[in-house]
Design a protein around this ligand. Structure first.
Ligand SMILES: CC(C)(COP(=O)(O)OP(=O)(O)OC[C@H]1O[C@@H](n2cnc3c(N)ncnc32)[C@H](O)[C@@H]1OP(=O)(O)O)[C@@H](O)C(=O)NCCC(=O)NCCS
Length: 410
């Protein structure tokens, strides 16, 4: 292998590669497509869904109405919303064989793995799976939005050995999820808080999981295959997995006397403070203040404000440290305070990322439809980027294939 570490040039000669790969920047700043669904203005800290500011939707909309908006380009009339809600409620029951299949999985399986495994099983239960009309795709989206929470709640009860609970048609999407998870109907304030958290998490332009969904559906794969990819992408700790990592950090620090010292030490070791920073926002994430306020109001109500105070102490030290290092844009993101909020709602640490999926499936399915039907572009296009080959190169004829006995160890 005497050509190790050498790369091909356009002239076919060998060259040692440079160590800085300007392409490997995670597509930062590269616009890959048009969309009409949502927009993140990272410089000014603005997020809009179909033209509406997230602040307005968080205060005035509901998850059901927001899901409709993401899918329909405009807010529903009363009758349209009534019909949409009815369709969501009717789609809630998950076919029994889906849970029968999940029963065989080890109880210790991570809920994100279980959710990802459940999506193709749900596909097999879809009566219009092979129908690629817009109407059939809307029906699939409704089933997915309704059934992702049922799978998350159902798996949690199965692994604990408690009975699965049927949905309650009188409850909102958020309240029904908490009921199916905990067996208790949440009070109206808690239900409204979860509803707002779901609105805040429902979409975020071309984030990693949404891009994964769009990439997969661009191959003409069906909606379930695309959503399964989205769940996989969301599970990573730099994306949806961050909320669980934040809660882990809070639990580790709850008895720590010198929280500021811990934060400084983490940064000195080049470790990340989870739930802070963002690939696009270069100022405050507009979703974070809602979750911070929610944390304190819920904390006061449930006498658990200690989580919010601890988070604030971490935030203040980290921001001061980042600023001192010239990193003035790193602030809490959507995951920082949502961890405490979910914890106070009785959502276990490893279900926090699945709850993110409960919200984001509304955005994923809207983006899948937009990509599939080229609603924001001239015609559908398969994503197929290029890469630059920087591996072994022996000229156009290729390297000599040595028989095993002739290969040297070096
Ligand atoms: C989201 C994230 C991946 C964005 O990373 P990014 O695009 O590189 O962000 P920036 O360009 O602003 O980062 C600038 C520098 O600050 C560092 N930084 C960013 N967020 C940081 C954090 N939370 N803790 C410590 N350092 C951080 C980066 O590593 C980078 O340092 P480097 O230049 O030495 O590599 C990053 O902020 C992160 O890992 N945050 C923690 C995980 C998280 O909360 N994810 C959920 C996002 S919604």
């Amino acid at each position: 292998m005497d050509n190790a570490g050498q790369v091909a040039t356009s002239e076919g000669e060998k060259k040692t590669p440079t160590t800085v790969r300007v392409k490997n920047i995670g597509l930062r700043g590269v616009t890959v497509a048009d969309t009409k669904i949502s927009h993140v203005d990272g410089e000014n800290g603005i997020l809009i869904y179909r033209g509406y500011r997230i602040e307005e939707l968080a205060q005035r909309s509901t998850f059901e109405e927001t899901a409709y908006l993401l899918h329909h380009d405009e807010l529903p009339t009363e009758e349209e919303l009534r019909k949409f809600r009815k369709n969501l409620i009717e789609a809630r029951p998950v076919p029994e064989f889906v849970f029968d299949a999940l029963k065989r999985l080890p109880k210790e399986s991570h809920p994100m793995d279980v959710l990802q495994a459940a999506i193709p099983i749900l596909a097999t239960a879809d009566p219009v799976l092979d129908d690629e009309t817009r109407e059939a795709n809307m029906a699939k989206a409704i089933r997915l939005i309704s059934r992702v929470p049922a799978i998350v709640a159902g798996w949690h009860r199965m692994r604990k050995g408690t009975d699965l609970l049927p949905p309650k048609n009188t409850l909102s999407h958020a309240a029904n999820f908490l009921w199916q998870l905990t067996g208790k109907e949440p009070d109206s304030e808690v239900a409204r808080d979860l509803d707002t958290a779901l609105v805040l998490h429902a979409d975020h332009s071309f984030n990693a999981s949404t891009f994964a969904c769009r990439e997969v559906v661009s191959t003409r794969a069906h909606m379930y295959a695309s959503v399964a990819a989205g769940v996989g992408a969301l599970s990573g700790s730099l994306h949806g997995g961050a909320n669980a990592q934040v809660m882990k950090m809070l639990q580790e620090l709850k008895n720590e006397k010198d929280v500021s010292g811990w934060v400084r030490n983490q940064l000195a070791k080049d470790q990340k403070i989870m739930g802070m920073g963002h690939a696009v926002y270069k100022t405050l994430d507009p979703r974070a203040p809602f979750l911070k306020d929610m944390c304190f109001s819920l904390g006061k109500k449930l006498h658990e404000e200690q989580w919010c105070r601890l988070s604030t102490e971490i935030e203040e030290t980290a921001v001061a440290e980042f600023t001192a290092r010239g990193l003035t844009t790193i602030r809490p993101n959507v995951d920082f305070y949502s961890a405490s909020v979910y914890h106070m709602m009785g959502i276990p640490l490893d279900l926090m990322t699945p709850v993110f999926a409960v919200a984001r499936v509304a955005g994923w399915t809207a983006h899948i439809v937009e990509e599939k039907f080229a609603d924001a572009q001239e015609k559908p296009a398969l994503y197929r980027p290029l890469s630059e080959y920087v591996g072994h190169y022996c000229g156009k004829t290729g390297c000599v294939y040595e028989p095993m006995e002739k290969r040297s160890l070096g």
